[in-house]
Design a protein around this ligand. Structure first.
Ligand SMILES: Cc1cc2nc3c(=O)[nH]c(=O)nc-3n(C[C@H](O)[C@H](O)[C@H](O)COP(=O)(O)OP(=O)(O)OC[C@H]3O[C@@H](n4cnc5c(N)ncnc54)[C@H](O)[C@@H]3O)c2cc1C
Ligand code: FES
Length: 288
C-alpha cells in the first residue's frame, strides 16, 4: 500500500509524550457498555479517518482510541469507547466540564485516493463501527468521488447497536449511492428490530460487488474480522490487497519507539493500524 499523508500535532516543547488538554463537552450513552465522548481540544487538532489518538487520565493510564467523528470537523472530536478495564471505566465516569489528556493523531489513515471510483463496503462489529463512522462520514463528505458506499454493521442485540438515531434515520436517507445493512445476533423478547438477525456476515448476503472495482474495510473483534475477511475473499473474490483491516494491537508510545505494537515486520502504531489483508495474511496470530 502506498504511503498516505499522515498529519501529526507535534508538541511545541518537543516532548512527544506530551498530551494537550481536551475538555469533555458531552457524554452520549450509545449502549449499556459504550459511550461517546465529545471533546474540545485546547489546541489545534486534526486527524484523518483511521488514525488513532492516545487518551489519558492521570492515575488511571493512557490508551489508544480511534476518533469516530468526521475528520472534516476541526473544533471538536468524538471518541466512542467501550468499557474494557481500568481506564475505560474511569473515562465512562467523565462528565461535561472534565478535562482529559489527548495526544496524536498517530498511524496510517485509510487511503481514500485508492478508494476513488470504487464500490466501498464497510463492515463493523460492535465498537468496531466507531472508526468506520469517521471513514463513512469522510466518504459521504465527497460522495461523488466514489461509486457506492455500503455500511454493514452488526451488534449482539438491538440495544448494543451504537449510533442508533444516526444510523437508522439520517444515514439511510443520504441517497441512492449509500446503503445501510444492519444485523443483530439475537432479538430478546419484547425488543423491536426490523433489520437482519444473525452474525454480521449475514449483512453481506445478496451483495454482488465486482471484485476488480471494490474495496472492503473491516473493523471489529478479531474473530469477526477473520470470518468477514474470509467471506469477502471466498464469496466475492476480493483480492487480499483490496481488504483493509484495523489491527488493534497493544500500544504504548504510539510513535514507533517502544515496540509494544510489533506485528511481524510492522510497528502497527506507525505502519498501521490500517493494514491490508495482503500485508498481514502470512503473519502468525493475526486474529488473536
Ligand atoms: C489503534 C487502536 C484503536 C482503538 N480504538 C478504540 C476505540 O475507538 N474504541 C474503543 O472502545 N476501544 C478502542 N481500542 C481498544 C482500547 O485501546 C482498549 O479497550 C483500552 O486500551 C482498554 O484500556 P483499559 O485500561 O480500560 O483496559 P485494560 O485494563 O488495559 O484491559 C481490560 C481488558 O481489555 C483488553 N484490551 C486492552 N487493550 C486492548 C486492545 N487494544 N484491544 C482489545 N482488547 C484490549 C485487555 O486484554 C483486558 O482483557 C483501540 C485500540 C487500538 C490499538
Ligand atoms: S506503540 Fe510504541 S512502537 Fe508502536
Amino acid at each position: 500500500m502506498p504511503e498516505t499523508k499522515t498529519i501529526s500535532n507535534e508538541s511545541a516543547a518537543g516532548n512527544p509524550y506530551r498530551s494537550m488538554a481536551a475538555r469533555v463537552e458531552d457524554v452520549i450513552d450509545e449502549s449499556p457498555a459504550i459511550k461517546t465522548l465529545i471533546l474540545e481540544p485546547a489546541e489545534d487538532f486534526s486527524f484523518l479517518a483511521g488514525q488513532f489518538v492516545q487518551l489519558s487520565i492521570p492515575g488511571f493510564g493512557e490508551a489508544p482510541f480511534t476518533p469516530s467523528s468526521s475528520p472534516h470537523i476541526r473544533e471538536r472530536l468524538e471518541v466512542t469507547i467501550m468499557e474494557a478495564g481500568r481506564l475505560t471505566s474511569r473515562i465512562h465516569r467523565c462528565r461535561p466540564g472534565d478535562v482529559i489528556g489527548l495526544r496524536g493523531p498517530y498511524g496510517r489513515a485509510y487511503p481514500l485516493d485508492r478508494f476513488a471510483g470504487k464500490e466501498i463496503i464497510l463492515v463493523g462489529g460492535g465498537v468496531g463501527l466507531a472508526p468506520l463512522r469517521a471513514l463513512f462520514l469522510a466518504l459521504v463528505h465527497e460522495l461523488d468521488r466514489f461509486e457506492r458506499v455500503t455500511l454493514c454493521a452488526g451488534a449482539r442485540t438491538p440495544e448494543d447497536m451504537i449510533y442508533k438515531p444516526l444510523v437508522l434515520d439520517r444515514w439511510r436517507k443520504i441517497g441512492p449511492r449509500v446503503a445501510l445493512r444492519l444485523s443483530v445476533d439475537k432479538v430478546p423478547e419484547g425488543a423491536s428490530w426490523e433489520d437482519k438477525v444473525g452474525v454480521v456476515t449475514v449483512t453481506l448476503d445478496g451483495l454482488k460487488p465486482g471484485p476488480e472495482n471494490c474495496v472492503a474495510v473491516v473493523c471489529g473483534p478479531p474473530v469477526m474480522m477473520k470470518f468477514v475477511t474470509f467471506r469477502l475473499a471466498a464469496d466475492f473474490n476480493l483480492p487480499p490487497s483490496a481488504i483493509y483491516l484495523s489491527m488493534e494491537k497493544n500500544m504504548s508510545c504510539g510513535f514507533g519507539k517502544c515496540g509494544h505494537c510489533r506485528l511481524g515486520p510492522y510497528f502497527v502504531c506507525q505502519e498501521g493500524p490500517v493494514l491490508t489483508f495482503e500485508e498481514v495474511k502470512d503473519l502468525p496470530d493475526i486474529w488473536d
